[in-house]
Each structure stands twice: as structure tokens, then as C-alpha cells.
Design a binder for this molecule. Structure first.
Ligand SMILES: CC(C)(COP(=O)(O)OP(=O)(O)OC[C@H]1O[C@@H](n2cnc3c(N)ncnc32)[C@H](O)[C@@H]1OP(=O)(O)O)[C@@H](O)C(=O)NCCC(=O)NCCS
Length: 170
């Protein structure tokens, strides 16, 4: 924080979503490669190579006609500020998102989810959040998600051990 970008503004940001592109990946990596970002999401560090490989798989899937992953870049006032997406995992459509730290606390994720939900017709939608991630839980509940499960989860390939909530939009 402390940059010009982190100052709250009274004016709502002009938020749009567009399909992610390979050129977005380095900036998205920079957002995630931030200890504060990972602490909030309670996820583990991913190397640039692992991060790029995960995105390459998405782009290859799209090139082959796959539709099970939707991944958008969030632009606020024309600036790339994060990503939001939905993927199929264990038979569930899971929504996830994240913004660069300098964009937090300005209503951008709330607006991005509002724009995103009509783009994914599948229901129910699910999301998981660390129980400590009050902002993310609030983003979801503002848009009709309700908490359907609370549990302690062990460390996984992606996540730190954590108390985790599962939320669902019916
Ligand atoms: C979680 C995250 C996406 C929230 O994005 P954001 O744009 O800051 O959220 P918004 O500004 O839309 O705020 C949503 C709500 O949370 C509240 N909020 C925001 N930051 C908060 C914080 N640090 N603590 C408590 N509440 C907070 C806001 O007041 C708002 O509630 P309101 O509408 O009742 O006022 C963002 O912090 C982020 O990218 N974090 C790192 C990655 C991550 O955690 N992703 C989600 C994994 S489940």
C-alpha cells in the first residue's frame, strides 16, 4: 500500500472484464507473487514457472475448444488489476478471483463478480475462502452466495492448512 493507486476514491471505478491473454500472465504473476496476497488467500507460493505453466494449460485448452475454464482479466479504469474465473473441479463449478494489492478495498472485486456472474450460466456455483478472508467472504455473500460448509483443511498442493468456508450460489 502507500502508492497512489491504493488511495480510495469516492467515484466508482469503471470495471470491465475481458478474456485473459498470454500477455496478461506476467502482471498476474506479480499480483500473486506478493506475501500479503498469499497470506490473505492462505495459498502457497507458486514459482513463475509453475504459474506460467498453469496459464499455458488454460490457453492450450481454449485453443482446443475447451469450455470448462472461464478466466477473465479485470480492468478498472483501463488498468489490469486482477483476474476472475470459474473452473470445473470435482464436479463443481468453482469461482475464484484476486486483485493486485494496490487495487484492494475499492469495490473492484465486488463489481467484477457482479459482471462475471451473468457470464457463467451454471448453477450452483461454489467458492472456497479461508475463514480469515473477510473481504472475499463479503464479496461472495453480497452477491447471494451462502456458507454451506466450514471445515479445517490440511495443506494441499495449492493451499496452506486453514479453516476454510465453502460458499454456494444456488
Ligand atoms: C479478496 C479480494 C479479492 C477483495 O477485493 P476488493 O476489491 O478489495 O473487495 P471490495 O473492495 O469489493 O470489498 C468487498 C467487501 O469487503 C470489505 N473489505 C475489503 N477489504 C477488507 C478487509 N481487509 N477486511 C475486512 N473487510 C474488507 C469491503 O468493505 C466490502 O464490504 P462492503 O461492501 O460491505 O463495504 C482482494 O482483497 C484480493 O485480491 N485479495 C488477495 C487474493 C484473495 O484473497 N483472493 C480470494 C481468494 S478466496
Amino acid at each position: 500500500m502507500g502508492t497512489m493507486c491504493s488511495k480510495p476514491t469516492a467515484r466508482p471505478h469503471d470495471v470491465i472484464l475481458r478474456d485473459a491473454q498470454p500477455a496478461d500472465v506476467p502482471i498476474l504473476f506479480a499480483f500473486e507473487n506478493d506475501p500479503a496476497w498469499r497470506e490473505m488467500a492462505m495459498v502457497k507460493h507458486r514459482s513463475a514457472a509453475v504459474f506460467h505453466a498453469a496459464w499455458a494449460k488454460i490457453f492450450q485448452g481454449w485453443a482446443a475448444g475447451a469450455t470448462d475454464v472461464v478466466q477473465k482479466v479485470i480492468l478498472a479504469d483501463g488498468e489490469t488489476c486482477g483476474t476472475i474465473g470459474c473452473h470445473l473441479q470435482g464436479g463443481r463449478h468453482i469461482v475464484g478471483y484476486g486483485l493486485g494489492q494496490s487495487y484492494w478495498g475499492r469495490g473492484i472485486a465486488s463489481r467484477a463478480l457482479e459482471l462475471f456472474l451473468p457470464e457463467v450460466p451454471q448453477r450452483p456455483l461454489y467458492a472456497t475462502a479461508a475463514a480469515t478472508n473477510i473481504a472475499s467472504i463479503r464479496v461472495l455473500t453480497k452477491h447471494g452466495f451462502t456458507i454451506v460448509e466450514a471445515r479445517s483443511v490440511l495443506e494441499s498442493a495449492r493451499c496452506l492448512p486453514r479453516d476454510e468456508l465453502t460458499l454456494m450460489l444456488a
